[in-house]
Write a protein that binds this ligand. Structure first.
Ligand SMILES: Nc1ncnc2c1ncn2[C@@H]1O[C@H](COP(=O)(O)OP(=O)(O)OP(=O)(O)O)[C@@H](O)[C@H]1O
Ligand SMILES: [Mg+2]
Length: 271
């Protein structure tokens, strides 16, 4: 008889991404050692939406840099499907915090850029894929537009589309909605949740916005101030479908209070 997929069984499966004991230090301009990540271990399961939350400067982008292979950790491992990918670039899609669109390239040319860097680039196929995805992202009428001709929300969708086009198993997102005004942000978040659900994506997102983490995630890891340690892991109530009104429900309000107290206590401790 097939095993029933309960929450407990879900987390008994092997994780798609396993980060173990990741540590990273930088050197300050004065040459002093600056520990940023302190033995971070976390798991990401297929089709999950997981957030990492923590105050500014605690090491969230550094974590994604290390997971993506852009930066090499001093210690620790990153495993994808059981294979060690520590320090390997291009295994995961990564939308960086300061992801910029090149102003001299059209929307289509911007999205095409990471594909052009790949070895098996075929322009005709790339255009086909972009055209298909642009319909999903509501951007099909703007493929020939330059970034200055797009609104802030549209540019954000182009960056997300560029991250999604590579069809990698995991999408790493660093503050993907932070530059949007609050009304547009909720619209784009709701739209992205639909993309995540319909396309069965697996997402690890970094944010310092508590409501954003509560609205979008299945699970949240909470980081301490620098050097970042995981100080809490929170499973969110599984109210389906995810809806922004959920944030007003008692289950969510109690999780929000818990998160606020953990973050507040921690920031006082490290101030
Ligand atoms: N390449 C680097 N060289 C030296 N120090 C760095 C480097 N990159 C990051 N840092 C330092 O590491 C610390 C963590 O930076 P990081 O960008 O990971 O923080 P963050 O949590 O993403 O912050 P924010 O929420 O503001 O984006 C900061 O003190 C930063 O100055
Ligand atoms: Mg950052």
């Amino acid at each position: 008889m097939p095993t029933k997929l309960t929450l407990t069984n879900f987390y008994k499966r092997a994780p798609l991404l396993k980060v173990s004991n990741l540590s990273k230090s930088y050197f300050s301009p004065k040459g002093e050692m600056l520990p940023v990540l302190d033995k971070i271990s976390l798991n990401l399961y297929k089709n999950e939406f997981v957030s990492v939350i923590g105050q500014s400067g605690c090491g969230k982008s550094t974590l994604l840099d290390c997971i993506s292979g852009l930066s090499r950790p001093d210690q620790g491992k990153v495993n994808l499907n059981g294979i060690d990918i520590t320090g390997s670039i291009g295994m995961l899609s990564y939308m960086m915090q300061d992801d910029v669109l090149l102003p001299w390239r059209t929307l289509e040319q911007n999205v095409m850029l990471p594909m052009q860097l790949g070895r098996k680039f075929n322009k005709y196929e790339a255009q086909e894929r972009i055209s298909r995805l642009a319909k999903i992202f509501g951007l099909n009428k703007f493929l020939n537009y330059y970034p200055y001709q797009l609104s802030g929300g549209m540019k954000q969708r182009v960056s997300l589309m560029r991250a999604c086009i590579s069809n990698k198993e995991i999408l790493l997102l660093d503050e993907p909605f932070a530059k949007l005004d609050s009304l547009t942000r909720t619209q784009i978040q709701t739209w992205f949740l639909r993309i995540w659900r319909n396309n069965k994506l697996t997402v690890l997102m970094v944010t310092h916005d508590i409501d954003e983490a509560l609205y979008l995630s299945n699970r949240i890891y909470v980081f301490s101030a620098k050097p970042a340690k995981i100080i809490a892991e929170i499973n969110l109530p599984s109210i389906s479908p995810k809806n922004v009104d959920n944030l007003l429900k008692p289950q969510y309000i109690s999780v929000k209070k818990k998160l606020l107290s953990i973050l507040h206590l921690n920031s006082l401790k490290f101030a």
